[in-house]
Design a protein around this ligand. Sequence first.
Ligand SMILES: NC(=O)c1ccc[n+]([C@@H]2O[C@H](COP(=O)([O-])OP(=O)(O)OC[C@H]3O[C@@H](n4cnc5c(N)ncnc54)[C@H](OP(=O)(O)O)[C@@H]3O)[C@@H](O)[C@H]2O)c1
Length: 246
Amino acid sequence: MQTIQGKVVVITGASSGLGEATARLLAAKDAKVVLGARRADRINALAADIKIQGGEAIAKVTDVTKLAEVQALVDLAVKTYGRLDVIINNAGLMPSSLLSLLKVEDWERMIDVNLKGVLYGIAAALPIMQTQKSGHIINVSSVSGHKVSPGTAVYAATKHAVRVISEGLRQEVTPFNIRTTILSPGAVATELPDSVTDGPTAQGIKEFYKIAIPAESFARMVAFAIEQPEDVNVNEILFRPTAQEY
Ligand SMILES: NC(=O)c1ccc[n+]([C@@H]2O[C@H](COP(=O)([O-])OP(=O)(O)OC[C@H]3O[C@@H](n4cnc5c(N)ncnc54)[C@H](OP(=O)(O)O)[C@@H]3O)[C@@H](O)[C@H]2O)c1
């Protein structure tokens, strides 16, 4: 097994939910975590809390829809810690609704954050990892990267795209000793359902999320993928609450 100790890990969307839980777990395993999200108060408080617990963390306000800001986050990691071992392209939102409601702004936000944000993370990290001849790119997809149902078309499209991009990336980076992992969760208890803007859809999702499992479940999957020996590439982890049928 590899150790997480000392690894420099950039996490986007670290201000809540899966990103926050992952930052806490990896920092407890002595990773150096570099936290990005738009809410400064949340990431600064998280970094401070991790340090109080004896961990190592820095935070930088980052909007993943802006390539320059994602690049600045990655550059801060390298400037501060001298290298980049892992990037977790986790920032995302899920304002689901029926296509017939024509919530075009929500469609665009999902494409900008869930899809282009992941590409920007790859763009920022890849040259550094290629030069290092090592690294690990973890992209967050979803059960919705495998399935679609009424109301989830655009969200599922972004999450399918994340899987396709990750698989293409995997094939391209094998000469550079770079690992790639797709993490595809089912219902996990986070702030994600709050991003739904359509009332009836929000109600349905709230009902569905009654079976949601804690965010630490996701963090453990991330740790599992990182901890494998360097010649083992965990390409995808798909997991759900035991009670989830969909
Ligand atoms: N929870 C689930 O059931 C579930 C299932 C499958 C997949 N996922 C995926 O898991 C990922 C994390 O979501 P979550 O469940 O942890 O939800 P969450 O608690 O709402 O967290 C979403 C994170 O994304 C960040 N974010 C949103 N827009 C951003 C932007 N433009 N730039 C930078 N950061 C941005 C938010 O930070 P700021 O608002 O501070 O920027 C927040 O930290 C998402 O990609 C989601 O699609 C979640």
